[in-house]
Design a protein. Structure first.
Lengths: 244, 383
């Protein structure tokens, strides 16, 4: 019997503790969270509330202390390190706050990295990388180095890199924090367009309220817990107004 | 990912050239110091290699070629009588002084070779014939000294090389240059002069015993080592094949002189400096890229993939740096060829330096690898 998976991400009772004894810090305090397929979920909240820790656990780059997180029905905690690395490479795309483009490589090579990691050969990967660059409007700059680009353009390259291997989940950490308002909006529109939908999902960690309107749902975090989940930005604004 | 690793390295031209320069400098430094050391060691036994002889017979107390202890001429007959000796001739080796035209004196290593066969003479003549030593008062001078130590110095300071037909004064004896030969520079860097055995005795200060060495050859079918052992047993003299005498001389210089300590320290310092420069530069490069390696791991690159990228980078840097360093060292060796400096670049110096560079690159890569393996991919989510 085929099982229909509707949740892209299911987290249950996720706890993350750093340090021990008197130095113990509870970064996540039992998180339950679902991200549906086809949606853009934003994790919002003040600095240090655990947003980045949560997406690190979801993406399998950080082990949870307790709890389980499934990505497309695969438990990240149930895999060996090597299996998790491989699964991550095949199914998850990343957009980092600091872009993390390698300055000595061309844009084409930077974007091709996930394909090369997944075993595609160099010559086959480059045209695919150019196609991804085309989707973010930078194909003509494919041979340039990242430092020749503006911050917004670099983030578009990072998006191309995140989607080039058609991952089912894209996680973005503060993708607009280094960008001006207009560029930030363009980047999120672009992310929405290329990474959400078609059985995929997009998780964006941000504290940039100017882009909240692009979310399908918003999870507000504080002190290692999810305080509320809102169906839209409007719902969050109204709920917070009512609380006041 | 191999091409990505190489492009990561080469793409940052300044850093890449810096690391290559570090390895190149390390290679050059190690090769240069080891070659000088090797050159000095070669000089210690050049008196043996300059002479064609299977077997060297000497006073049993002799420690090296430079340490000849004269024997009585009668020992030559005893050696000739040993079974297995095809022939044996006398060799005089001593030091005297040459008075130059401007009144200066130069120390000279004087070799007296067999009057009849000229056995024991230099193996390579540059000008003239060894047989011209039959001419009265004839000597053959090493070509390098003819250009510098024994050259005529004009009033304006220019040097006119000693040439065939010129005369020299050796220990108050006027001699005539009949040929120039090529020999390895001796340990004492003195000019080398060959003449016949009896003429050498007439030039050298008179002594009761004059026979420095006996040169012998083994009969066909017998090895020099066998015959040398027999000579030693029968005569009680020291007898060695050429290679054994080279080894004995080297052993003496390495164990009973300060040459190893003095030069060894210098080589060690060169090695340490080279290692630190190259290792630190490569380590810094990897550390600079740590965040990028973290991003690669986050995106699904396995530890093995990242490690192979770093090892490939280290290998390329080591290969290119070693290649350029070796090339420069060879050029340096060529430039020093006709100078007083000693520079010998045998295969084992290159092999040792190659291993050192592999070690340098390997250790710095391993240090970086440790960091990369321990690196949490989550580092990339920290601003």
């Amino acid at each position: 019997m085929n099982t229909v998976i509707t949740a892209a991400v299911e987290c249950r009772g996720i706890k993350k503790v750093f340090g021990s004894g008197s130095n113990e810090v509870q970064a996540l305090r039992g998180i339950d969270m679902d991200v549906r397929q086809g949606e853009l979920m934003m994790l919002v909240g003040p600095s240090g509330c655990g947003k980045t820790t949560l997406i690190s656990v979801i993406a399998g780059v950080l082990d949870a202390t307790y709890g389980e997180c499934k990505v497309f029905d695969k438990s990240m905690q149930g895999m060996t390190n090597a299996e998790r690395t491989r699964y991550r490479g095949e199914n998850i795309g990343f957009v980092f706050q600091q872009f993390n483009l390698i300055p000595s490589l061309t844009l084409r090579e930077n974007v091709a990295i996930p394909l090369l990691i997944n075993g595609m050969n160099y010559d086959a990967a480059m045209p695919k990388a150019e196609e991804a660059l085309e989707r973010v409007g930078l194909r003509e700059r494919a041979g340039d180095r990242p430092l020749l680009l503006s911050g917004g353009q670099q983030q578009r390259v990072a998006i191309a890199r995140a989607i080039v291997h058609s991952p089912r989940l894209v996680v973005c950490d503060e993708p607009t924090s280094a960008l001006d308002h207009v560029t930030g909006q363009h980047v999120v529109e672009l992310l929405r367009e290329v990474a959400a939908g078609d059985g995929r999902a997009l998780i964006v960690v941000t504290h940039d309220s100017r882009i909240f309107q692009y979310a399908d749902r918003i999870s507000r975090m504080d002190d290692g817990s999810i305080q509320n989940v809102y169906g839209s930005y409007q719902e969050m604004v109204e709920a917070e107004r009512n609380q006041q | 990912m191999r091409r990505i690793a190489l492009h990561m390295l080469i793409g940052e031209t300044g850093k890449y050239l810096g690391i290559v320069a570090g390895v190149m400098f390390a290679s050059l430094l190690i090769i240069q110091q080891l070659s000088m050391f090797s050159g000095i060691l070669t000089q210690t036994y050049s008196g043996i290699t300059s002479v064609h002889a299977d077997i060297w017979v000497m006073d049993p107390k002799v420690k090296s070629i430079e340490d000849s202890k004269p024997m009585t001429d009668g020992e030559l007959g005893r050696v000739r009588s040993v079974e297995g000796v095809a022939w044996a001739v006398a060799l005089y080796k001593g030091s005297t002084s040459a008075r130059l035209e401007n009144g200066d004196t130069e120390g000279v290593s004087l070799y007296g070779i067999d009057d009849t066969t000229f056995a024991g003479g230099p193996s390579q003549m540059v000008e003239g014939k060894l047989s011209d030593l039959r001419i009265s008062d004839a000597v053959v001078v090493d070509s390098m000294s003819a250009k510098d130590r024994l050259a005529h110095v004009n009033a304006d300071g220019t040097r006119v090389p000693l040439k065939v037909g010129d005369t020299l004064e050796l220990n108050d004896h006027r001699v005539k240059v009949v040929g120039l030969c090529q020999v390895g520079r001796g340990f004492q860097s003195q000019a080398v002069v060959y003449t016949t055995y009896n003429r050498a005795l007439s030039i050298a200060p008179t002594q009761r015993k004059n026979l420095s060495y006996i040169l012998a050859t083994a009969q066909p079918g017998k090895t020099p080592e066998e015959v040398a052992a027999k000579i030693k047993r029968v005569t009680g003299l020291g007898a060695y094949s050429s290679q054994q005498f080279i080894d004995k001389t080297l052993h003496y210089f390495l164990t009973e002189t300060s040459i190893v300590i003095n030069f060894g320290m210098s080589v060690m310092v060169a090695f340490l400096i080279g290692t630190l420069i190259a290792g630190q530069t490569f380590y810094n490069f990897t550390m600079d890229n740590l965040r990028h390696f973290g991003a690669l791991k986050a995106m699904g690159a396995s530890d093995r993939t990242v490690l192979s990228m770093i090892l490939l980078q280290a290998g390329l840097v080591g290969f290119v740096g070693f290649g350029i360093g070796t090339g420069l060292a060879c050029l340096m060796g060529l430039a020093m060829q006709d100078s007083m400096m000693t520079f010998t670049l045998p295969w084992y110096v290159l092999a040792f330096t190659g291993m050192a560079v592999v070690g340098i690159s390997g250790i710095s890569a391993l240090l970086s690898l440790r960091k990369v393996v321990k690196l949490e991919p989550g580092i990339v989510f920290r601003g």
